[in-house]
Write a protein that binds this ligand. Structure first.
Ligand code: PMP
Length: 363
């Protein structure tokens, strides 16, 4: 066991904001129904997995994979309709967040502005890295409002997710276009992890505005969280800078081969499409069912454009009680109530029809 240095020694090496910050923590009690991470509840059939594994077996495992993954970038480019030199992949989109913040947000002339409540890693990384930021607070219905956006001096950087995690609310392409046009000297990073559930992508705006970057992942709508593949889309000049921080050989043979096949194989794409349709119809079914119970249960259900629903109890301890009760019934959801702006909130991911029936029955 390596000998632990004393605290003062640690303080001389690690920046204070990192020492003070809490680590990202995920509760993992063992349950039968896992509705806590906005994953797809449908695993891939064996014969589709085998297509990928056969391809991985053909790769030389004694050799490094491609340093950046040019072939995958080309495949992604064909899929999203953005040139390959305007794309950059990473093992999950999580990984891209510190890279982009470190490349762009450390020494700004303007402000860093982060949507709140939104994906926890945005604020968390600012806190770890000691990057000062302001928040763009959603309204009492967790909707984005333009007039709540802080004043943006030139050289600002605004980060938000749409559809937003954990609220499920979104920014329409028209509203985003207004923001881009009104603030041409502010860079906007839109996290579109859930966009296929909503089908209002922003990519077309990138041709007209140079101040838009988009982050995506194959973890949610593609049902491939275990593959670990995220990507950034931005003007080539920006990708060139972020790429300097993105270490070579980050993606292994499996992630790259799986992603390439999922993006181009008709049977895989049919599986993805069917799962998106099922998740959307199940989401709407649960929304209807829980809305009927909400008034008597003392909670609200928010309409969502993603594969989860946010519930908010008026009394915070009732939310913790509901969370524990669901675990007792074998169902794990995400207790968001400690997050800023999320008092009394649980987030429920959409499961299979059978899992959702169990959830509704508990309510
Ligand atoms: N962005 C948002 C908005 C998310 O909800 C998540 C996952 N919860 C991610 C990014 C990270 O996804 P991944 O690292 O699996 O690509």
């Amino acid at each position: 066991t390596p000998k632990t240095p004393d605290q003062t020694w640690l303080e001389s090496y690690f920046y204070p904001t990192l020492l003070e910050a809490k680590a990202y923590k995920i509760d993992t009690p063992v349950v039968d129904v896992k509705l806590d991470q906005n994953e797809s509840p449908w695993d891939w059939p064996q014969h589709l997995k085998k297509k990928i594994l056969d391809r991985v077996a053909e790769k030389p495992w004694n050799r490094y994979p491609e340093p950046i993954g040019e072939e995958l970038h080309q495949r992604l480019s064909d899929y999203v309709g953005v040139p390959a030199n305007c794309l950059l992949t990473s093992p999950g989109s999580n990984m891209m967040i510190p890279l982009v913040f470190d490349a762009m947000a450390k020494s700004l002339s303007g402000k860093v502005v982060v949507a709140r409540p939104s994906f926890a890693l945005f604020e968390m990384h600012c806190n770890y890295a000691g990057i000062p930021y302001e928040t763009w607070d959603l309204d009492e219905n967790f909707e984005y409002q333009l007039d709540r956006l802080p004043e943006l001096p030139d050289g600002s950087f605004v980060v938000f997710a749409s559809p937003n995690n954990p609220t499920g609310t979104s920014i329409s392409p028209e509203m985003l276009e207004t923001m881009l046009a009104q603030n041409p000297k502010t860079m906007f990073l839109a996290d579109e992890a859930y966009y296929e559930f909503n089908d209002q992508p922003y990519t077309h705006l990138m041709a007209k505005y140079s101040n838009l970057m988009i982050l995506r992942t194959m973890s949610k709508t593609m049902g491939a969280a275990g593959v670990r593949l995220g990507y950034l889309m931005a003007p080539a000049a920006i990708i060139e800078q972020v790429k300097k921080l993105r270490l070579p050989y980050l993606l292994n043979h499996f992630s790259m081969e799986a992603a390439k096949i999922i993006l181009s194989d008709d049977e895989m794409q049919a599986f993805v499409k069917k799962n998106i349709e099922n998740a959307v119809s199940e989401r709407d079914r649960i929304y209807q069912a829980l809305s009927k119970k909400a008034a008597d249960g003392g909670f609200r259900v928010f309409n969502s454009k993603a594969n989860f629903l946010l519930l908010q109890w008026l009394q915070a301890d009732a939310c913790d009680k509901a969370y524990r009760h669901l675990i007792e019934k074998g169902i794990l959801v995400r207790n968001m109530s400690k997050g800023p702006g999320l008092a009394g909130c649980l987030r429920v991911s959409i499961g299979t029809q059978e899992e959702n029936d169990r959830l509704i029955a508990v309510f």
